[in-house]
Design a protein around this ligand. Structure first.
Ligand SMILES: Cc1cc2nc3c(=O)[nH]c(=O)nc-3n(C[C@H](O)[C@H](O)[C@H](O)COP(=O)(O)OP(=O)(O)OC[C@H]3O[C@@H](n4cnc5c(N)ncnc54)[C@H](O)[C@@H]3O)c2cc1C
Length: 464
């Protein structure tokens, strides 16, 4: 009889001791690791890619909003502080951020946009991880857990040294897909199938082109290209410009683009002269990117797609004749795979009602769905809502925190929480809480909220 498994022989593997283990050095995971280390914990962070930063660096995402929705720039409230804000300030100092650019015309009703240079981000986040004393293992896959009852006792990792076990007191799943939760048997809900109903689909691949004449692009493509905004950033030589391109109004002229399976609308940002730093057509492969086979197929299909898209832009869009593909994100951008069930699911109704909670770990005030088609996603005055601590606690597990896009099973709510600052806020909340639990020797649900709140305030998290 054929059997589709084998039983591996038992073997001894080395143990690495820690207070807090974090899977995934991405948008949320880096912040979580830094927060836990600054709180005094010994932190081990495992990342499968060679560079920390996750979707922000390896996925090449640029823009984000740290402010409450629907307010004019002059009166806008900043809702995100702490380590994410410090990171932006350090990006600015390193010449890798645009500052908070007023965008009163923004269709999401976000008063400011901050655009980061993903290459500088790689250096700044590495500096912050090293300064905090986080033990970082890059090119290291988290691949399983050992459990006793409802507690995780070890995280299994693999890298060039072979297989090791990290025995920590607390675990933070910032893998985007909820990999720790999956191996720990926590319930997960697929979100990816419905994602094309709310945006360009569950995946996307951002890229950039150098050698672009942006002025000609606008002047000579009256039916296709518009400049949405331009702002001097205060950094010499850095001007943030936002463009939109559509082939829909003149499909004959833009036939090379129209023939491709892309969205009608392409969002483009330029932060360095002569280049279109970020080109985001959004439309990605529809797949469950938490599966190895689907992820591999989607990665390759998207490489082919953007190669064709870049050469189609060059072929038919004046201003792009001398342009070339200068970079593409090193890993597929993933908006959603599955969300992990936590003690509390934040719902769209709560977000729209600007709901506040008694156990908040942070605030957030941006919604990616608030456009004409989704008026129900506007966040009521004052334009922000709270993240309750309970939304980070993996259901049924005593020492597992979730942070990032693997949180929130409500599809529309996910279109708010999954954005960069939202993931970073969850990361800091999870990091501080995990460190405190490790120090006190308590389970995640036993942590007294006043102690957590005090520690968050001491790390400059905005809670009011
Ligand atoms: C095309 C696209 C455009 C977007 N545009 C914007 C935008 O303009 N503004 C905005 O605010 N947001 C945007 N987003 C959303 C935002 O970038 C992401 O939702 C957010 O960065 C996710 O953060 P995260 O920490 O949950 O995951 P990630 O940043 O993806 O981090 C997860 C990390 O875990 C690692 N990992 C995964 N599994 C393992 C494992 N088993 N072992 C070890 N490591 C592992 C990954 O390599 C990765 O580094 C966009 C997303 C996409 C895809």
């Amino acid at each position: 009889m054929n059997q589709n498994y084998i039983i591996e022989p038992e073997k001894k593997i080395p143990v690495i001791e820690a207070d807090v283990f974090v899977a995934g050095a991405g948008t949320a995971g880096c912040i979580a690791a830094i927060a836990a280390a600054r709180q005094g914990a010994r932190v081990v962070l495992a990342e499968k890619m060679p560079v920390p930063g996750g979707t922000y660096t390896n996925g090449g995402i640029g823009a984000n909003s740290f402010y409450a929705m629907s307010t004019a720039p002059a009166t806008a409230k900043r809702t995100v502080g702490g380590i994410p804000y410090e990171l932006n300030q350090r990006l600015l100092e390193a010449g890798g951020g645009t500052g908070y650019i007023p965008t009163p015309e923004d269709h999401h009703h976000s008063p400011f946009r901050f655009v980061a240079d993903h290459e500088v981000y790689k250096g700044v986040i590495s500096e912050m991880l090293m300064e905090a004393g986080v033990t970082v293992y890059l090119q290291t896959m988290f691949c399983g857990v050992l459990m006793e009852g409802d507690s995780i006792t070890a995280a299994l990792i693999e890298n060039k040294d072979g297989r090791s076990a990290v025995t920590a007191r607390q675990y933070i799943d910032a893998s985007g897909d909820g990999d720790i939760a999956k191996f720990a048997g926590v319930e997960q809900v697929p979100l990816w199938q419905d994602y094309h109903k709310v945006c360009g689909g569950p995946t996307g691949l951002v890229f950039g082109m150098a050698g672009v004449d942006t002025e000609r692009m606008v002047a000579e493509n009256p039916m296709g290209a518009v400049k949405l905004s331009e702002a001097k950033t205060g950094i010499p030589g850095v001007t943030a410009e936002q463009y939109a391109f559509t082939h829909a109004k003149d499909p004959e002229r833009y036939k090379a683009v129209a023939d491709l399976d892309m969205r009608l609308f392409t969002s483009m940002s330029s932060i360095h002269k002569g280049e279109m730093t970020y080109i985001n057509n959004s439309k990605g492969v529809d797949c469950d990117a938490s599966r190895a086979d689907e992820l591999s197929r989607a990665e390759m299909e998207m490489r082919i797609k953007i190669m064709k898209f870049a050469s189609a832009l060059k072929e038919c869009v004046p201003g792009f004749e001398d342009a070339y593909l200068s970079w593409a994100s090193t890993q597929l951008g993933i908006r959603a795979t599955k969300a992990t069930v936590c003690d509390k699911t934040l719902t769209q109704e709560e977000i729209s009602a600007a709901t506040r909670f008694e156990d908040e770990i942070g605030l957030y005030g941006f919604h990616d769905l608030f456009q004409k088609a989704h008026p129900e996603c506007e966040i009521a005055a004052p334009g922000f809502y709270g993240f309750p601590y309970r939304m980070l606690l993996a259901k049924g597990c005593a020492n597992l925190f979730m942070a990032g896009r693997c949180v929130t099973t409500d599809l529309k709510a996910h279109m708010s929480t999954r954005n960069v600052p939202g993931c970073q806020v969850m990361g800091q909340g999870a990091g501080v809480a995990a460190a405190l639990c490790a120090q006190k020797g308590c389970a995640s649900r036993e942590l007294p909220y006043p102690e957590l709140r005090q520690a968050l305030l001491e790390q400059d998290v905005i809670l009011d």
